[in-house]
Write a protein that binds this ligand. Structure first.
Ligand code: HEC
Ligand code: HEC
Length: 311
């Protein structure tokens, strides 16, 4: 039927009508009558896709999306929601991709067409808060002794690192091809591994957040991570880099590593005891030097050095 509607403009408005109808069906008759509210409709989307970065002190541009008040306050640049005007609202522009970088910064996947339409509808109808809108994500509380899982470290790694280390980050592509926006990408051994489950000092990621490897991460620090955050990431790796369900990752036996740090002895990189001495040590390299080590991961997660040179 749409194919019969010409010119193209007519077809487009027909599509919009169809979309609206489909949305009506999707979200049910109740929603079609009551306006969307922050608490009931928008907060769940933000919580799932945005709050991991847009919360707390380190929120990008100061924009906090973990509460209605934060969303309405906007960023250092000003409000991102103009009640009644979804076209001109920066938040809607970002999720549509009209303003760059497109949000969520971890996309693709972007928000679904239905989610974008819901946010637009909410803004168009006046961006109301909704009854008793406590939208802040319930803080995850880990009891002492509980294993550390990806759910505990994702707010740190995605929240502080993925703005650069993602496909669509603020530096263009991910630096060194290293993405930190998902667990699979964080552990990906195909190029070289930066996280060796069970071996924190053998993990370049740990060396970078501690500042043993330069440049220290996050690259836009200071502030760097807090000591407690660094310790949590180290524990997570020491316990096998468990996924959110608590299952430890496999050791990527044979995967390549590239580590930076101080050569503390013929087979010591800082506190890391290497498996033997490197076959190739640069002639000018000596104990005490800041070095680059290339090697591989042993079956037990140890590091077998192949080549060491001063940096
Ligand atoms: C991986 C971290 C990350 C995630 C996830 C993320 N953002 Fe952002 N967001 C950023 C960064 C970094 C910036 C600053 C980019 C820039 O320089 O414009 C930003 C900027 C923005 C801005 C621009 C503020 C302004 O005043 O210009 C809006 C609006 C925004 N984000 C909304 C969202 C929404 C909505 C989501 C979820 C759908 C989301 N963000 C998810 C990191 C993130
Ligand atoms: C502002 C952008 C930015 C942020 C934020 C950032 N990085 Fe980086 N990261 C870089 C750049 C650029 C490099 C390459 C630096 C170099 O070696 O010259 C890099 C390199 C790395 C490397 C080395 C990769 C390899 O293949 O050896 C690791 C590991 C790393 N970052 C981890 C992190 C972690 C963890 C965080 C968050 C705590 C983080 N980064 C935050 C920009 C960033």
């Amino acid at each position: 039927m749409i194919a019969l509607l010409r010119p193209a403009m007519l077809a487009r408005s027909a599509c919009r009508l169809v979309t609206v109808c489909l949305l009506g069906l999707q979200f049910g008759a109740a929603l079609a009558q009551t306006a969307a509210t922050f608490a009931a409709d928008v907060a769940p989307i933000l919580r799932e896709r945005c709050v991991v970065c847009h919360q707390g002190e380190a929120a990008p541009l100061g924009l906090r999306l973990d509460s209605y008040a934060g969303a309405m306050k906007g960023s250092q640049k000003g409000p991102v929601i103009k009640p009644g005007d979804a076209r001109a609202s920066e938040l809607a522009k970002r999720v549509r991709g009209e303003s760059q970088p497109r949000m969520p910064l971890t996309g693709p996947p972007w928000l679904s067409a239905g989610q974008i339409a819901l946010i637009e509808r909410w803004i168009a109808a006046g961006a109301s808060g909704g009854a008793g809108a406590p939208a802040a994500a319930p803080a995850r509380v880990r009891r002492p002794g509980d294993p550390v899982t990806y759910a505990d470290v994702a707010p740190i790694l995605v929240g502080r690192c993925a703005k650069c280390h993602s496909a669509n980050g603020i530096m263009g592509g991910p630096p060194e091809g290293f993405r930190l926006d998902t667990l699979a990408a964080t552990l990906d051994p195909s190029d070289r591994v930066r996280v060796v489950p069970g071996n924190p000092p053998g993990s370049e990621l740990v060396r970078r957040i501690r500042g043993q490897a330069r440049p220290r991460m996050p690259f836009d620090g200071p502030p760097y991570l807090e000591e407690a955050q660094i310790a949590l990431v180290e524990q997570w790796i020491a316990q096998g880099a468990r996924d959110a369900q608590g299952k430890p990752a496999a050791i990527p036996v044979g995967a390549r590593v590239r580590l930076h740090g101080k050569l503390a002895g013929p087979s010591m990189l800082d506190e890391l005891q290497l498996r033997g001495q490197a076959g190739r040590i640069d002639r000018r390299t000596g104990v005490g030097d800041y070095v680059e080590l290339r090697g591989t991961v042993a079956p037990d997660g140890g590091i077998v050095p192949e080549r060491i040179r001063s940096r």
